[in-house]
Design a protein around this ligand. Structure first.
Ligand SMILES: [Zn+2]
Length: 271
């Protein structure tokens, strides 16, 4: 017979009613007459859905601190069903993004994409850092949104374990050295490049991809986010990258990414 103590009950008793997080607001939606529900990607606890009481009343500052694309420091009170944000301070407002419709639409897509890859309450600090770094790159008057978004998509796939296979056949593993100006079969279902033999047994989720795009994707995987702006990718390459990434991500995520509709509308209206 031992007297080993069980600390579980005492830790429950001392569990604080408040906690503090640093997080990036991914989205919000109205709840009731004056409240809001916000989805915050926190460093400490991953993705959380929180309520903000009275967020839409004109006199409250808190609502403004919980707009999408704000990185802030928040004090949260535990609730029976939902925890609530009761105080907030902006760490990074990303003002240049917010004052430019195209940049904003690109970044709303970027955080919507991140939202699709996150599970609730599963901390992913390296994905948060990747997202914040991409937003910082974009929060610059001279940023090239297309380049940042294309690079970010590839980095996010890499960080979440969905990186496509780019230098060997995703089915049989035989090495393939992509050459410029050549086309290769690429399968979303198998997760990357295929050799000709293996491609014959596929028909769904199969497309062709140029060696140039394969090489660019491979290269972007090795480039830190701070260097995105230095990449030189031509318009044609960016356009194929966009088409391949959208197609591949739609297979992986298996849900429509709503922010893409808004982004396409904004791009179209600015053409
Ligand atoms: Zn093969």
């Amino acid at each position: 017979m031992s007297y080993s103590s069980n600390n579980n009950s005492s830790s429950n008793l001392t569990r604080s009613s408040h906690y503090r997080v640093k997080g990036l607001v991914l989205k919000h939606r109205d709840m009731g007459e004056s409240d809001r529900l916000v989805t915050v990607f926190t460093r400490e606890h991953g993705k959380l859905t929180l309520s903000v009481r009275g967020a839409r009343k004109t006199k409250t500052k808190l609502g403004g601190h919980l707009e999408p694309l704000v990185y802030g420091d928040y004090l949260i009170i535990r609730g029976r069903n939902l925890d609530s944000v009761i105080q907030g301070q902006i760490i990074t407002p990303f003002k240049i993004i917010k004052n430019n419709l195209r940049k904003m639409a690109e970044c709303i897509y970027l955080v919507d994409l991140v939202d699709h890859f996150l599970q609730d309450a599963d901390p992913q600090p390296s994905i948060l850092d990747l997202t914040l770094d991409a937003l910082k790159q974009q929060d610059n008057l001279n940023s090239n949104g297309d380049l940042i978004i294309r690079s970010f998509e590839i980095k996010l796939l890499q960080e979440t374990g969905f990186s496509p296979v780019l230098t060997s056949c995703a089915d049989c593993g035989i090495g393939v050295d992509p050459i410029k100006n050549q086309k290769y079969p690429f399968s979303a279902a198998s997760g990357g490049l295929l050799c000709l033999d293996c491609s014959r047994s596929h028909s769904n989720w199969l497309r062709s991809i140029t060696g140039d795009t394969l090489l660019a994707m491979n290269y972007i995987q090795t480039v830190p986010v701070e260097k995105f702006a230095e990449l030189t990718l031509g318009i044609e390459l960016l356009s194929e990258l966009e088409s391949v990434s959208r197609w591949y991500i739609s297979y992986v995520v298996d849900k429509p990414i709503e922010a893409l509709v808004f982004l396409d509308q904004v791009r179209h209206s600015l053409e």
